[in-house]
Design a protein around this ligand. Structure first.
Ligand code: NAD
Ligand code: MG
Length: 407
């Protein structure tokens, strides 16, 4: 292999060698969507914005569409169509509304689609981007949890390029990119442990949404922040990793690392362990999903290990945080069990945020949802995306009926 001398390599190194890409952002007003737009506004020459979508935040959507010169702005909530139209009148930006229009936005020709809708609501639009064979920057982990096999089969069929945005999976991608699958022994995702890492069961029983939303390291949307507090987020991420990387369920591990500096560790058969480190800022994994295999400059704080002094690791306490094992159990049961788990969790998180159920009830509803789903025949073979959507709807109904026990 021809090699550049280090001096030659330095002189030929481009400053920020990112090719110009067209990009659509599904969920442009959320935490991931806004971080993506922040990167776009820092390197406007690198991106041409095709479509932006949001569910309800119409003013913010219109403002962002104008700022980045989007061609299309889509609001999921049809009742906001008139307002979006008037906010964007005279700009030349096309306007549409409703769930079908969100799916159509995902089909607009673009080099890359950022899938940053939260929850199973993102299944259809995200799947559409895969169907079109696009590069998919995937933040919406619920897609791979609910419909992992269906998504991966479509990725294989269309040649879509799936790049994870989740920091742990972005880290894993950087480590396992070119290695021989058989040489991987274990893939360990790190978890911050969330705001309740040191709380006892009595304190957990009284935890409020405000306390659960106070994440120590990351600033994120409400759903994923509650998932981080229950550790369900790490459970969902185990399922996500199972679909993305060549490992079995028993090769996936979790370690609590409160500083959120190491994002994933890959252990190899020769005893080597390779980890990826970065200060906790989603703009780093988002940037990589957009520029891969190149890298782009981000404003993420530089890592200073000496200033940090120490990094600590501990085993997750599965008694106080049973969600992690529920996710493993769903993976063990297979078929549509992860879709049932995800639907029950979404319903329970919403109910906790609405103060209808106490914090520990989130995991209880997921457990009862999985068991009740099994006896009602909800755990069955996937049956394509339509089959998954049916299971998701039925599992939601079941979870709603379980909520009544707490009110
Ligand atoms: P968020 O709640 O901040 O934003 C969600 C976005 O989805 C908003 O733009 C909203 O308008 C849109 N949306 C909501 N409901 C919708 C619906 N029914 N139809 C269409 N659009 C809808 O969420 P977030 O924190 O940005 O997370 C997005 C996804 O990324 C989640 O799956 C989350 O697990 C994942 N993720 C987030 C982070 C993070 O730092 N926020 C990190 C890793 C992974
Ligand atoms: Mg993550």
């Amino acid at each position: 292999m021809a090699r550049l001398s280090s001096a030659q390599a330095k002189s030929e190194m481009p400053h920020d060698a990112v090719v110009r890409r067209s990009l659509s952002i599904l969920g442009a007003t959320g935490s991931i969507g806004k971080n993506t737009l922040d990167l776009v506004s820092r390197t406007p020459d690198a991106f041409e914005i095709i479509a932006l979508t949001a569910q309800n935040s119409v003013a913010e959507l219109a403002e962002s569409a104008k700022r980045v010169g989007a061609r299309l702005a889509v609001i999921g909530n049809e009742r906001q169509y008139g307002e979006l139209k008037s906010l964007l009148s005279g700009t030349g930006i096309k306007v549409a509304a409703g769930p079908t229009a969100v799916v159509a936005a995902a089909a607009e020709p673009a080099d890359c689609v950022m899938a940053a809708i939260v929850g199973a609501a993102g299944l259809e639009p995200t799947f559409e981007a895969v169907r079109q064979g696009r590069r998919l920057a995937l933040a919406n982990k619920e897609c791979l949890v609910s419909a992992g096999a269906v998504f991966m089969a479509e990725v294989a069929r269309t040649g879509a390029e799936l790049l994870p945005v989740d920091s742990e999976h972005s880290a894993a991608l950087q480590v396992v990119g070119n290695v021989e699958p058989a040489s991987i022994e274990k893939l360990t995702l790190t978890a911050s442990g969330g705001p309740f890492r040191t709380w006892d069961e009595e304190q957990l029983a009284r935890a409020t949404p405000e306390e659960a939303l106070r994440h120590p390291n990351w600033s994120m949307g409400a759903k994923v922040t509650i998932d981080s507090a229950t550790l369900m987020n790490k459970g969902l991420e185990l399922i996500e990793a199972y679909h993305l990387f060549p490992v079995n369920a028993d090769q996936l591990g979790v370690v609590v690392h409160p500083q959120s500096i190491v994002h994933c560790l890959v252990s190899f058969t020769d005893g080597s362990v390779i980890a990826q480190l970065a200060c906790p800022d989603m703009r780093t994994p988002i940037a990589l999903s957009l520029s891969w295999p190149q890298r782009m400059t981000t404003p993420t704080k530089k890592l200073d290990l000496v200033a940090l002094g120490s990094l600590t690791f501990e085993a997750p306490d599965e008694k106080r945080f049973p969600a992690l094992d529920l996710a493993r159990e769903a993976l063990r049961r297979g078929a549509t069990a992860p879709a049932v788990l995800n639907a029950a969790n979404e319903v329970a998180v919403e109910a906790f945020l609405a103060r209808r159920i106490p914090f520990p009830a989130i995991a209880q509803i997921v457990e009862q949802g999985l068991d009740g789903g099994e006896s009602r025949g909800l755990i069955r073979s996937e049956g394509g995306l339509k089959g998954i959507l049916n299971v998701d709807a039925e599992a939601r109904q079941l979870a709603h009926s379980l909520l009544d026990r707490y009110v």
